[in-house]
Design a binder for this molecule. Structure first.
Ligand code: KG4
Ligand code: ZN
Length: 373
């Protein structure tokens, strides 16, 4: 590669406002700046993200954040603006996307709308040279899915949740146990003090052999145990340990099935198994996934936490990778056309693998399996 590409990325799909500048040149991929404003304190009192508060907070912070990101990056000349245009909380997505459109228009830059999930899918490539194809487990507060990532824009969904995301299960169970928000880290800390074998918790979708997830049964079971049996700090720690073990077991089982499917489709000697999303911060889950990756001939790669949770560097990178792909394919003429990005609309739901989502819009059994997934 002889030239360099510099991209401004914008992310506002949930409760983090984020702006980043990412450059790729002959020496590699460089995050010139990545600033994040977390709204967690604004939502804490409500035990979860309140969409209207989130949207207002994005409006209030995005200008300053963009100015900071550009200043920290040294005000570089830009080639492209990339903004999350879905899926997510629609008010927030609209704020980031509208800002991006205004910025791109003012600077006469092309704009590309990015699928937030694609940002997560490619995020491991921010910090190291993870080659395609790889298997991805995305475990966040909003998403829980297994994807085969063959190249930029080429994603096949192998499994998804039919109800809650893994992080959502952590958060909701933690809320019932009075552990506050976000619940994942608090539940993990409690689990360290508990006995995972004390309470019997259900295993989801036992009769099925696919890679789908379900956490609603676990959530209900944990809530019932909490009401009836959790009286002391030790009871609570034991339930936390059991819940964490149950979530871990499900993630491991489905990942192992997806590894078999992936290996049947591609011939790579030791492919990467990338784990992204906030839940990847959980040490017990990381350890279990490392073991299952080793056992199946995969190399576990987890992006550094700052790129694992929501950020704009991953959105900038996704934009950059699309831009590069167009250039490499000789579609230079298409690049100015990326101004059609101006017509991009914000989407609350936007499956990364549109074909799988179209083929399975409603789950065959119970539960939801649609565009959110
Ligand atoms: O990726 P992320 O920052 O935001 C999105 O949802 O997109 O993920 C946040 C989720 C929350 O549900 C949070 O409880 C969970 O990740 N999480 C954890 C841990 N740290 C964050 N879950 C379990 N254990 C953790 N240590
Ligand atoms: Zn996310």
């Amino acid at each position: 590669m002889t030239h360099s590409i510099t991209v401004l990325g914008i992310e506002s799909s949930c409760d983090e406002t984020a702006v980043a500048v990412v450059r790729r040149d002959a020496t590699g991929t460089h995050v010139l700046s990545s600033v994040i404003h977390s709204q967690v304190m604004q939502h804490k009192a409500f035990g979860g993200v309140v969409p209207e508060i989130a949207a207002r907070s994005h409006v209030e912070t995005i200008d300053d954040l963009a100015a900071r990101a550009l200043a920290e990056a040294g005000q570089p000349p830009l080639d492209l603006v990339a903004a999350t245009s879905g899926p997510g909380l629609i008010g927030g997505v609209m704020v980031g996307l509208s800002f991006a459109k205004g910025f791109a228009l003012a600077r006469n830059l092309p704009l590309i709308g990015i699928n937030h999930l694609e940002g997560h899918a490619l995020s491991a490539r921010l910090s190291e040279d993870v080659a395609f194809p790889f298997l991805l487990l995305l475990i966040s507060g909003g998403h829980c899915q297994l994807l085969s990532v063959t190249g930029v824009g080429d994603y096949a969904r192998l499994g998804t949740t039919i109800d809650d995301a893994a992080g959502e299960a952590f958060d909701k169970i933690a809320k019932v146990l009075g552990l506050g928000y976000p619940g994942g880290p608090a539940l993990e800390a409690e689990a360290l003090k508990g006995d995972a074998a004390r309470f019997t918790l259900p295993r989801a979708l036992l009769g099925r052999k696919d890679c789908d997830f379900s956490f609603s049964g676990l959530k209900t079971a944990a809530a019932l145990i909490a009401y009836d049996h959790v009286k002391t700090a030790q009871d609570r720690a034991d339930l936390c340990a059991g819940v964490q073990a149950a979530i871990t077991r499900q993630l491991v089982e489905r990942s192992e099935r997806a590894m078999a499917l992936f290996k049947a489709q591609v011939t790579v000697s030791r492919p990467a198994f990338v784990v992204a999303g906030g839940v990847a911060a959980n040490q017990a889950i990381r350890a279990a996934l490392t073991t299952v990756a080793d056992r199946n001939g995969f190399e576990l790669k987890a992006p550094p936490l700052k790129y694992c949770t929501d950020n704009a560097a991953m959105i900038a990178l996704a934009g950059l990778e699309h831009y590069e792909k167009l250039s490499q394919e000789g579609h230079q003429a298409a690049l100015p056309d990326m101004n059609v990005g101006m017509a991009t609309v914000a989407r609350p739901r936007w499956p990364l693998d549109e074909i799988s989502a179209a083929n399975a819009p409603i789950h065959k059994y119970s539960g939801r399996k649609g565009a959110k997934a």
